[in-house]
Design a protein around this ligand. Structure first.
Ligand code: BG6
Ligand code: MG
Length: 216
């Protein structure tokens, strides 16, 4: 079977745009209000993980247990803080190299998609001016199982009309690298996943890799 890469599926947070600090500040405010210990190291564990699963990780440090209703309210509160913060994102928050890679792929008629766990994907893409850029968008609003389950990437491939074997995933989370592999896709690890030995390709960020060589 021909396994040439004809589609690239990008994770959003940490690959296309830097939202790390907004997620951190949103969770931090909620955690402080509840007197739950939370720091940037714990925040690293939330990379690629869905909102409710992130909350469960934060609650490992809680001194009491919370009902489902209380948990839903806490996640909603964090999201309200987060949505306020991402309201300040602009095209300047697009990560280094991302625009060049997107333009190169378009010029080579390679299809491009987003595969993100975030339910805020549409808001973020609009904020940074990339809401009409991708051929397909699969995000947290369309899936039931988040990374490391491959569901979001399989959906993105399906929306592009491509077989997983013809897709490359770009990810900054180890959970996302795992998801791509589980979906039978090749994967480029960047940022926090730049040291991931399971990735087929790695780079510190998208400005540090000759993308054309991956497509050969
Ligand atoms: C991922 C982030 O892209 O989206 C995670 O890496 C985040 O940190 C997840 O928890 C869900 O985001 P949201 O915007 O739906 O709360
Ligand atoms: Mg990410």
């Amino acid at each position: 079977m021909n396994n040439k890469i004809t589609g690239v599926i990008f994770d959003l947070d940490g690959v296309i745009v830097s939202t790390d600090n907004c997620h951190y500040l949103g969770w931090k405010q909620m955690a402080d209000e509840e007197s739950i210990y939370f720091d940037r190291q714990i925040n690293e564990r939330l990379r690629g993980v869905s909102r409710m699963e992130s909350l469960e990780i934060i609650l490992e440090k809680a001194e009491k247990s919370y009902s489902q209703q209380e948990k839903d309210a806490m996640a909603q509160r964090k999201n309200a803080y987060y949505v306020k913060l991402i309201g300040s994102l602009t095209a300047d928050d697009i990560l280094p190299g991302a625009m060049n890679v997107l333009n190169l792929l378009k010029a080579n008629e390679i299809k491009i998609a987003i595969g993100s766990s975030s339910k805020n994907t549409p808001i973020i893409l609009k904020q940074i001016g990339l809401d009409h850029t991708f051929d397909a968008i699969a995000d947290g609003n369309h899936i039931t199982n988040s990374k490391p389950d491959p569901e979001v990437f399989l959906l993105a491939a399906k929306l592009l009309g491509l077989a997983p074997a013809n897709c490359l995933v770009v990810e900054d989370a180890d959970a996302g690298v795992q998801a791509a592999i589980a979906g039978n896709m090749r994967v480029l690890g960047v940022g926090s996943a730049a040291q991931n030995e399971k990735a087929d390709f790695t780079a510190a960020d998208l400005s540090k890799i000759d993308f054309a060589t991956i497509l050969e």
